[in-house]
Design a protein around this ligand. Sequence first.
Ligand code: B12
Ligand code: SF4
Length: 471
Amino acid sequence: MRLYLINPSNSLISLTDVKKCYWNQYRVWKPLSLLVLAGLTPSPEWDIKVIDENLSVPDYTAMPQPDLVGITAFTSQANRAYTVAAGFSSRGVPVVMGGIHATMCLMEALERVDAVVKGEAESIWAQVLEDAKFGTLKRVYTGIPLGMDKVPLARHDLLPSGYRVGAIQTTRGCPLNCSFCSVTAFNGRHFRHRPIENVVQEFKVIREKYVLIVDDNLIGTRKDHIAHTKKLFLAMIKANLGKNWFAQVTINMADDEELLRLAANAGCLGVFIGFESPSIEGLKEVHKKFNFHKGREFKASVSRIQRHGIIVAGSFIMGLDVDDHGIGQQIADTAKRYGLDILNVMFLTPLPGTRLWKNMELEGRIVVNSFPEDWKYYTLVFPVARYRHLSWADMLNELETCDRAFYSYPRIFYRVFGNLCRMRQPFSTLVSNLSYRYNGVRSYREKFQVLDLSRGESQAKKTLSARDASL
Ligand code: B12
Ligand code: SF4
């Protein structure tokens, strides 16, 4: 039986375009979901091919006909996913879709594919394969979240070389449920750990020296989470993995010197932290109360992490209801004040299944809404909704102001040189700063032309007049 597992591309995401920018090759991440699915698939009974369209889009008609196609998709990949699915369906090949988008937009997906797997696949994929084998595929399969001991070793061997960075997952779930984020809705509030020996074993089969730990929050929020993470780091040190890794964490990582020391010794090069907003009002708006817990000093917290040779990337959201003219400069100044090595700014985007989506939909503020075609704009770098105080043109100007201020060549030089002197990952700082500079300042105008601003602005005005009174 032949199985194709496909990660669809989105041509509007420039960071995967390695031809346009050399530094992007460090930011083409592996589609881990498909490698995990492959790990759940009995082999050699199934001959599995994993296709990542980010590397190249094959001519599917020239390939041997598969018995089953599995497609994954984030929302931003959904319309491409449907195009790929239609191609296979027209040739009589059954298509099953899974992942965050199909889970959150079940009816839409069901109109376009033969079967949908809702939620995590570990509890249900074997059933899907059996049904596919006997031609009795059901329309919907619902996966239930299991303990992470049920997550198999991902089949890293199935992707070709061509990636600079490997990927691994050690935890799932998040109790914090920020309004813009889909993780709690998808993976649940309960924070689940993967058995440490499985993580170490999988690290050993990853070819790449650099690894992205894809967890939403590697360290967790409670004392017992942190204690588990320390054990994980100790095991990684003991196994002498020789890997360098990056991970998403929360700012509480800064509060534990032992955790920081162990992370650095276990190969941590950098952490990605969601600061989300320069103001307390902004944090309240997105329900990220965690960040202003106990009167935290962000600058001091960031530098405590950096003292261990770990670089800190900070993420902010632009377009919150509290954001007004000047927010771009304000974010750049805040990032500079905190001493961040990398700054990632995204537009507030209602993603299906989030509380933000529900609220914006109720208020009639979702402007880019010709679905499924418009899902391709849900990359967080396009304005897709009506923002409280900022027009789309304002958003673009603010983002440009922010990026120009943070990623000017003198500022990049200052950060890289500073990190060279402190022996704090100067190469990673350089690569990420240049990649962000390329994908930011230089390409915004070009990107925005694709979206047809006038369409959005006129719809935005319509919504504005109808809703003005209520806001
Ligand atoms: C790593 C990651 C990335 C990597 C992508 C790597 C890649 N190509 O997969 C990078 C950094 C590039 C990235 C980029 C973006 N990301 Co991202 N990312 C993640 C993250 C943190 C982990 C994903 C992961 O690997 N999980 C591990 C695997 C094993 O779990 P999984 O994907 O859920 O797969 C399981 C099930 O979903 C299911 N499944 C999945 N696919 C399929 C397919 C079939 C056929 C079946 C049966 C089952 C199935 O089975 C798997 C095993 O249980 C998630 C958050 C999360 N916890 O999932 C956000 C997340 C997916 N990203 C998100 C977003 C918004 C983005 C961006 C749009 C913006 C951004 N943050 O930069 C871009 C868009 C990129 C794109 N290609 O379109 C959102 C997506 C929400 C949505 N509705 O789409 C998430 C959920 C985070 C959030 N805060 O809400 N991301
Ligand atoms: S943004 Fe981070 S902290 Fe907030 S719910 Fe999502 S994963 Fe959890």
